[in-house]
Ligand binder design. Structure first.
Ligand code: ADP
Ligand code: MG
Length: 375
């Protein structure tokens, strides 16, 4: 769907990359990004995310395909004229320069007048709440403060496009969350376009307008965070975004538009949403999120149910995680809120797990990559 008033800004078209002329580390990468979007490339280590950023920055050649900004190929603009800001996990600040001198650097190389530079440096120090730290050296700052300076240095020359490659990877959880907040706040205030790389799905979900889920050099799905979570395109995405129980089943037939009937390996007949699964008699993977599975009690109505053996339960504070096993040996996790109704069982006790068909997908056993709907 076209977002009102936002033009297509950056476009990757069928980009391929090989380093050794044998294996493609980026297989066929196409992606459209609108001006002002916050797009995240999310995928496991080695899936080709950094390679995509390096090609965009002009540090690596594209083997085939094209990258265009406002319709013009990247390669027609010299790297220093591309007006791209960059923040990397270990993007070192100049240790011999003060914080203020580090921030001034991109403006000095662009030959801005001294008065303008001083004004901008003060403005950006304030923006990252380090106004009193301008005279310090990077070595006198905490990790989080250093990363804020690196962020300000990437933004101070007002780039239209900012690339961030796992910029928070070296920070501990609390600082990381604080920086996620800082980055999204700056993005909203300043309106630049971000291509952000991470392997952390929570980070991707909280920060992005759209996420491209990457695996083995191929985009598995490109969609908004809630679409990825609510409507995963295949079993890889279902398992990578959040948590899912993946249970083997065989498709037994249709069950109305968009739905299928299936027989779980334990023999239980169920219905599920058709997530690009195969036809009748093909093997499939049923996916149900742990929070969508209920431990059935009297008087509740569900579409599907299966009997399960209790293994153990873990207390996690605000919720309780239960481990069950189905009769075919499949392990199943159930997450319930920790309230007075949370039941307890003895090991080996049999109970009934239940869920709604709308919360359950049948996927193909071959993760079939689906490029999300392009605008
Ligand atoms: P990610 O950032 O998702 O972890 P990368 O883009 O760094 O993935 O790497 C993708 C693949 O390309 C990996 O198999 C990696 O070993 C390989 N690779 C990355 N950079 C180079 C390089 N400069 N030369 C050769 N192979 C590389
Ligand atoms: Mg990387």
């Amino acid at each position: 769907m076209e977002e009102a008033g936002k033009e297509e800004f950056l476009r990757f078209a069928n980009v391929k990359k090989t380093y050794d002329q044998k294996t493609l580390v980026v297989k066929d990468f196409s992606l459209d990004v609108k001006q002002g979007e916050f797009v995240t490339l999310l995928g496991p280590s080695g899936s080709g995310k950094t390679t995509v950023l390096m090609m965009l920055a002009g540090f690596e050649n594209v083997t085939s395909g094209s990258i265009t900004i406002n319709g013009a190929p990247m390669t027609t603009t010299a790297p220093y004229k591309r007006n791209i800001g960059m923040v990397f996990q270990n993007y070192a600040l100049f240790p011999h320069l003060t914080v203020a001198q580090n921030l001034a650097y991109p403006l000095t190389v662009r030959k801005l007048p001294k008065a303008v530079i001083n004004e901008k440096v003060a403005q950006y120090l304030k923006l990252i709440e380090l106004s009193h730290f301008g005279d310090r050296h990077p070595g006198q700052l905490s990790g989080g403060q250093r990363q804020r300076v690196a962020l300000a240095r990437a933004l101070i020359f007002e780039p239209t496009l900012v690339l961030m490659d796992e910029p928070l990877g070296a920070l501990d959880k609390k600082l990381r969350e604080q920086m996620q907040f800082e980055i999204t706040r700056l993005h909203q205030r300043l309106g630049f376009t971000v291509i952000y790389v991470t392997h952390d799905q929570v980070e991707a979900l909280t920060m992005s307008s759209r996420i491209a889920v990457f695996n083995e050099g191929v985009v598995q799905q490109y969609a908004s965070p809630d679409d990825l979570y609510e409507r995963p395109a295949n079993a890889f995405v279902a398992n990578f975004i959040g948590e899912n129980n993946l249970i083997p089943a065989a498709i037994s037939g249709g069950a109305g538009t968009g739905f299928v009937a299936a027989s779980m390996q334990c023999g239980t007949a169920i219905q599920a949403r058709n997530g690009n699964c195969g036809a009748r008699d093909t093997q499939s993977i049923i996916s149900i999120r742990p929070e969508k599975l209920a431990i059935k009690t009297e008087g509740q109505a569900f579409d599907n149910q299966v009997s399960a053996k209790f293994i153990t339960r873990h207390y996690v504070g605000d919720f309780i995680r239960y481990y069950f096993q189905l009769s075919d040996g499949s392990n199943v996790t159930v997450k319930t809120l920790n309230d007075t109704k949370a039941p307890d069982f003895t090991e080996g006790q049999t109970t009934v797990l239940a869920w709604m068909t709308s919360d359950c997908f049948a996927f193909s056993t071959h993760s079939s990559p689906v490029q999300g709907e392009q605008p």
